[in-house]
Design a protein around this ligand. Sequence first.
Ligand code: IVH
Length: 674
Amino acid sequence: MTDRSQVAASARAKALREQLEHHNHQYYVLDAPEISDVEYDALLQELQLLESENPELVTPNSPTQRVGAAPAADFPASAHREPMRSLANAFSVDDLNDFDQRIRDQLDIAEVEYVAEPKLDGLSVNLRYENGVLVQAATRGDGEVCEEVTANARTIGSIPLQLRAEGLPESIEIRGEIVIRLKDFERLNQQRLAANERLFANPRNAAAGSMRQLDSRITATRPLTLFAFGVGTCSEPLAETHYGVLEQLRIWGFRINERVECVAGVRGCESFYERLIEDRDSLDYEVDGAVYKVNDRGVWNTLGSTARAPRWAIAHKLPAREATTVVESISVSVGRTGVLTPVAELTPVSVGGVVVSRATLHNLDEVRRKDVRVNDTVMVRRAGDVIPEIVGVVESKRPAGSEPWEMVSHCPACGSDVVRLDDEAAHRCLAGLFCPAQRKGAIEHYVSRKAMDIDGLGEKLIDQLVDSERVKTVSDLYQLSMADLRGMERMGEKSSQNLIDAIEKSKTTTLARFLYALGISQVGEVTARALAQQFGSLDRLMSADEDTLSEVRDIGPVVAQSVHGFFAEPHNREVIESLRAAGVYWPEDEGHADAKDLPLAGKTFVLTGSLQTFTRDEAQARLEALGGKVTSSVSKKTDYVVVGDSPGSKQKKAEELGVPLLDEDAFEALLVGH
Ligand code: IVH
């Protein structure tokens, strides 16, 4: 590379890094993104490309490093330059008055100004910046000796890799709390539930566990947020007040909790505390107390510290949100898609001011991991509006002779057999077409656009039709009369007639749509098409065994098990028979052919950009009808990329890999030619 282009690459990399860090700050610290995720990714990709072509441009603090790095052997330990002390606790207003009185006596003043802050429930970190660049991140450890977690900290969007401003101190330590926000925590546990991984008991454990990953690529996937709350050592003098320091940290690019404020004396602290309790349930992070710090940093040294905690700050504990109670029974609820969820029915107990009488146990594996049994004494915990959780069992109080809990063998809502598909954590009722618990969900899916496409039958109307028992299964839709609809809210003559017409029209369909409409677990549109194409007839499909099903292209054993189980359920067969009796019809054997005889058999296509004469779905259906396969990303195995208007990065990728491109004309010619 010439000197000049090296200079250009280096300047471009610098500009990209600055832009990316700016957008990162907007997104993670200010919650005010200025560009879309796609635009952000495009900038990041450009920088990644530049860096891969010019490895000398990579810096440890490049935004590209936020994705994490290969696992480390361990976390190096080192001594904190200044110990990370803990806080003394006040459990009552008396304790608070004692704390305040001591300070007033020692400083000989009438009233103390405090900074009141929420005490966030996460884990604390110390971040060292040299000349504005993050050089080390460490957990508290035992307060004296830390564990270095720098690679992990770099993956956290709200931790600046480079402080934003001129005239920065040569060296400064920033301290703060790493938390997982409640919304993010729920999403994280949902993902883990789906992947059958052990759930985190609470956001604090999740945050701590995420920071203790030796593989920072895992940390990078965890939704961690840093709130800065103070400083450690600093090479230069800082603002005179604590509030001023926090303001400075905000300017440097840190997130400061929005509730932080200056208050006057104990009365000010109490008022902050009461408001915090009032709003506690609506906060999106867990708070276990308030912290009051003397605002004037000039007196901190005078006030001093004990070995454990400073004398210029105190934590005012909030009431615990955990309580013990007894599991009276374990019931099973059936969700709209047939998933069975065990629920602990508890002796009602007040947890942080709210009476809790039920807690979800998620699935059988979770019940087993926690070994929750009927009549056990358990610790329950509530956070924000999140559904209460059982944290653990008090084993010493377990009554003699108790047995581990077992999942029911029949659906509590409809009595059908319960199954557990091979790689799923959940048990399911497969009688989706019949089971009352799944009625609304099944009907919503059946009428949806890509299924039977019955326009005018929305969620509210389905609710009314099911609640009034006019519709129990999807086949009842075909018996609806004008008189039935007239009684429903907001259904005039015209809309009722339109709906009846739409229902009538839906009777003529295709086998693929019909299969998709049945809502068989694991059977999406693509699988439904593959099944229709392979079997060509519903009866043939219904009588296929699991082995035959597994032989179909793109269908694995779990899908085969699910399809077989669905058709083996007599209740589902009855509904399918009534649908056929009501006149639901599709031409059989259409498009049924041995896939390998089709003209595009074995060819893989990727679609990008928008075509004039086809929607994406149509283009895909046409290719599949000819035996072609459509995938979403370009690789060496792709045979053709069909390029419409405003194509995305897939075109570029195809060009790089030398995959042939088809424009719309060429694409049509290909379809017509066959
Ligand atoms: S100040 C010397 N401020 O609480 C002062 N700590 O029990 C030390 N914490 O280890 C901490 N929110 O992890 C401070 N606004 C806040 C806090 C806070 C949470 C945690 C922190 C600390 C622990 C002390």
